[in-house]
Write a new protein. Structure first.
Length: 333
């Protein structure tokens, strides 16, 4: 008797869990980001806004980059934990604490080799569709709906396309949401540090070796993309979008010229300042409540974002009816 009761309870729990999973709301998201090539007098922050991309979902790399499976002995690629020299060494997170030491890569980890410029159009080669209980899926260009919008904006003087992509994803609450990584444009890592300073080319030194004579691996350099950051969409009775993007633009800035024999930071105060090439950082950081089906425009002096979140059928062959509580939860967006 007790055995039958236990089996019945387990069955009810499994069915309840299945209903919750099946009731998860899915949407199609389409995004178009463009640059305004204007002469803005806005004063931007000294450093890029902080954007944690290490846990973000990356739909772009598999579409544009060459996947490489590194050997177990090689260092892992840097996650983009933003500090002044994030593109000069691995800024990984170990046990919840940031460290500048390279972390050994797992044999199954994937590293990407990127082209010097990411194309503005990111799409799947063929029509794609999400699967039940799966994650976000990049869509083909034929599945997008922004063609007329892009053509209209592109005809405006001083605009340049940066990124256009569409995907399907499940919507969760804020605590369970995972942002989507967005990046595009030129990779500046060969010319500028992440914090904007110009890279000074130095004479090639003798290769460094370990005590046993084996050569040391060169530090992994993270790309410094022209556009980089995250877009997070979550459901909390209504739909919300959070953008945390940096647009990098070459310019000039007054910086102190430090003498080569300077031994302390106090020399910075007396060092003469000259106009120096600098990679400016323009932030697009917004949190906005939106409605599905509507086309929303995030305005900015230097760039713009057009986004639409469209309702879609559950990606499942067998639909389970939503209960009243679920309908009330998802009925407001």
């Amino acid at each position: 008797m007790l055995r039958k009761l236990a089996v019945s309870i387990a069955t009810l729990i499994a069915l309840s869990h299945s209903q919750v999973v099946q009731a998860e709301a899915w949407f199609e998201v389409e995004v178009y980001v463009f640059e305004r090539q204007s002469q803005s007098t806005e004063q931007w922050p000294e450093a890029p806004i902080k954007t944690k991309t290490d846990n973000a979902i990356d739909l772009i790399s598999p579409a544009v980059a060459q996947a490489v499976t590194p050997m177990a002995s090689e260092s892992a690629p840097c996650t983009l934990v933003f500090d002044a020299d994030a593109n000069s060494h691995c800024a990984e997170t170990l046990n919840g604490e940031p460290t500048s030491e390279p972390v050994a890569a797992a044999p199954t980890s994937v590293e990407y080799r990127y082209p010097p410029v990411i194309p503005s159009e990111i799409s799947s080669a063929t029509n794609s569709y999400a699967s039940a209980n799966g994650g976000p899926v990049l869509l083909a260009r034929s599945q997008s709906q922004f063609a007329s919008i892009i053509n209209s904006i592109s005809r405006e003087r001083g605009t340049r396309s940066l990124l256009h992509m569409a995907w399907q994803q499940p919507m969760r609450g804020k605590s369970g949401s995972v942002p989507i990584r967005l990046f595009a444009g030129k990779d500046f890592s060969g010319t500028y540090h992440f914090d904007g300073r110009k890279i000074i080319k130095q004479a090639q030194a003798e290769p460094m070796t370990h005590a046993d004579g084996t050569p040391m691996l060169a530090p992994v350099v993270s790309p410094v993309w022209e556009l980089d950051g995250t877009l997070n969409i979550y459901l909390s009775h209504y739909l919300y979008i959070e953008t945390a993007l940096n647009l990098r633009k070459e310019g000039r800035k007054l910086l102190p010229v430090m003498p080569s024999d300077a031994s302390d930071s106090s020399a910075t105060l007396t060092a003469p300042k000259v106009m120096t090439p600098f990679l400016m950082s323009v932030p697009l950081e917004q949190n906005r409540r939106v409605k599905s089906e509507e086309i929303h425009y995030l305005d900015h002096p230097e760039m713009g974002m057009v986004i639409q979140i469209r309702k879609m059928a559950q990606p499942s062959a067998q639909q389970i009816s939503l209960n009243t509580e679920s309908i009330q939860t998802v009925g407001q967006y």
